[in-house]
Design a binder for this molecule. Structure first.
Ligand code: GLU
Length: 493
């Protein structure tokens, strides 16, 4: 049975890298008809919070990455508890077992002694490692000292020279000799086990078959394998995912990119598009397709197609993928799409204009431009508000060389042309006719495109960026369009 897991530490908001790891685990589970487990590694009591855990859990569900087993489900599953803070007794039992079998031992060395030891090693250009002072203490004596209340950490006995080999399913064969490791600490006390230990206990007792996680954990893997060996347990398969990088190839960081999933959702990235994009950060589909439904991803996902190198987080690509999803959703079902946009437009666009708003959204001149849902109210608001006052430099953009005379001429002609025709507000079939009327004026007046079409666009929108002028005319309607041309004329000095 294939069983995989996501095991985030709730020390921050649901991170985009965690979302990708969750997605790859999810896809691998579904592709192999396996089970996707969600558990929480909250052993770091100082940094873990329930609020972060809740944010991660709700984020997983929002993204469509519901687990089959674990936290967030009513029926959690039979391998629980799934929160490390509730598993202390389990860890304690296994820690005792290791100590009793002399696979691990109590270490009483003080911080001062260890610091001094490390300093000396560094001065001799040696890699800092534990010198084994407590390794040969009589276990019975040590147990007594601990029972009497003396403080002691627990170290695992690492074999002197033993190859630890694992075949990473993405990176291939990895070998580390145990002489490069020291007797590392697996618990600060029987009640305070540390990550490398707890993760092994969890993966073993939850019967995890494949550990798929970020490359930042690769140096932990040999240590974890040594813990499996100490218990005589079989070792799961490992697959380490490439790190996600900023565009300058540095590790994905808050300073250069947003890193929390909520930030992306709030900006109007669709969960489906975000998933699609994240799937491609470090993996590619065998058919080369870049827009993939979740079913496509499940069908095509194999670990041998995960890249070894760092995976760049390309925001432009995310925008493109999101734009494609927006277009498709608008074309498929405008009512369903509008439901998702509604919370974003409420208070910004008049509720009474829902029909017109939907019509505008469906117009390819709008639908083809949206990269994020949040752009929708921004793009439509100008149609439902009085024209903002704008500077003369905007309508007479210097690069087009528009004099007040030219402007007056253009606006007057445009008004005459529009007065001679009729169109119903929102009737996009009239756009080509309106467009022809305006472009016809360019030759007629012996001017350049920019000298005619730019001021008309600014007169209609008051904005630097706006849809094209025929779209503006269609959705403003005849009366409002003429009013705005008049306003522009009145501003000429
Ligand atoms: N808690 C670890 C993290 O959030 C994951 C450990 C693992 O997957 O083994 O990075």
């Amino acid at each position: 049975m294939i069983r995989v897991r996501i095991a985030p530490s709730p020390t921050g908001l649901f991170h985009i890298g965690t979302a990708r790891t969750a997605l790859y685990n999810y896809l691998f589970a579904k592709h192999n008809k396996g089970v996707f487990v969600y558990r929480v590694e909250d052993t770091d009591k100082e940094r873990s919070t329930k609020a972060y855990e809740d944010n991660i859990t709700s984020g997983m569900f929002k993204m469509g990455l519901a687990p089959d087993e674990g936290i967030g489900l009513d029926e959690k599953g039979k391998f629980g508890p799934y929160r490390q803070s509730e598993r202390t007794e389990i860890y304690k039992k296994y820690l005792k077992e290791l100590v009793e079998n002399d696979k691990a031992y109590y270490c009483f060395c003080t911080k001062e002694r260890l610091d001094k030891m490390r300093e000396e090693q560094t001065a001799k250009k040696l890699a800092p490692r534990y010198d084994g002072t407590c390794a040969d203490l009589d276990p019975k004596e040590s147990a007594k000292r601990v029972a009497a209340g003396e403080k002691a950490v627990i170290r695992i006995r690492v074999p002197k020279s033993e190859d630890v080999v694992f075949e990473d399913l993405i990176r291939g064969k990895t070998t580390v000799n145990s002489r490069e490791l020291d007797d590392f600490v697996i618990a600060k006390s029987l009640e305070e086990p540390l990550y490398n230990f707890t993760v092994v206990i969890d993966d073993h007792t939850m019967e995890i078959s494949h550990v798929i996680r970020g490359e930042d954990h690769i140096s932990n893997t040999p240590k974890q394998i040594l813990i499996y060996r100490a218990f005589g347990w079989s070792v799961p398969e490992f697959a380490h995912l490439p790190l996600i990088l900023n565009e300058d190839k540095s590790k994905l960081s808050k300073r250069k990119n947003k890193v929390s999933v909520d930030d992306y959702l709030a900006e109007g990235y669709l969960p489906e598009a975000l998933l699609n994009f994240l799937a491609l950060v470090g993996w590619s589909s065998p058919d080369g397709k870049e827009t993939l439904s979740l079913d496509d991803m499940i069908k095509n996902f194999t670990l041998d197609r995960v890249h070894k190198g760092g995976a760049v987080f390309d925001l432009k690509k995310l925008e493109w993928v999101n734009g494609e999803y927006i277009k498709k959703m608008i074309a498929d079902d405008i009512d369903a799409f509008y439901k998702r946009v509604k919370p974003l437009v409420e208070g910004k666009l008049p509720a009474t204009e829902e029909k017109m708003i939907k019509r505008m959204i469906q117009d390819p001149d709008f639908s083809g431009r949206f990269k994020r849902l949040s752009e929708i109210p921004e793009a439509l608001m100008p149609f439902f508000q009085p024209i903002p006052d704008y500077a003369n430099e905007l309508i007479m953009l210097p690069k087009f060389n528009i004099t007040p005379e030219v402007l007056k001429n253009v606006l007057t002609k445009a008004k005459e042309a529009l007065e001679s025709v009729d169109w119903g507000k929102g009737d996009s079939s009239k756009a080509p006719m309106l467009s022809e009327k305006m472009t016809g004026m360019v030759a007629e007046l012996g001017l350049k495109n920019g000298q005619v079409l730019w001021p008309i666009r600014v007169a209609l929108s008051g904005l630097e960026k706006s849809p094209n002028f025929s779209t503006l005319m269609v959705y403003l309607g005849k009366e409002e369009s003429l009013k705005r041309l008049d306003f522009a004329l009145s501003k000429i000095k």
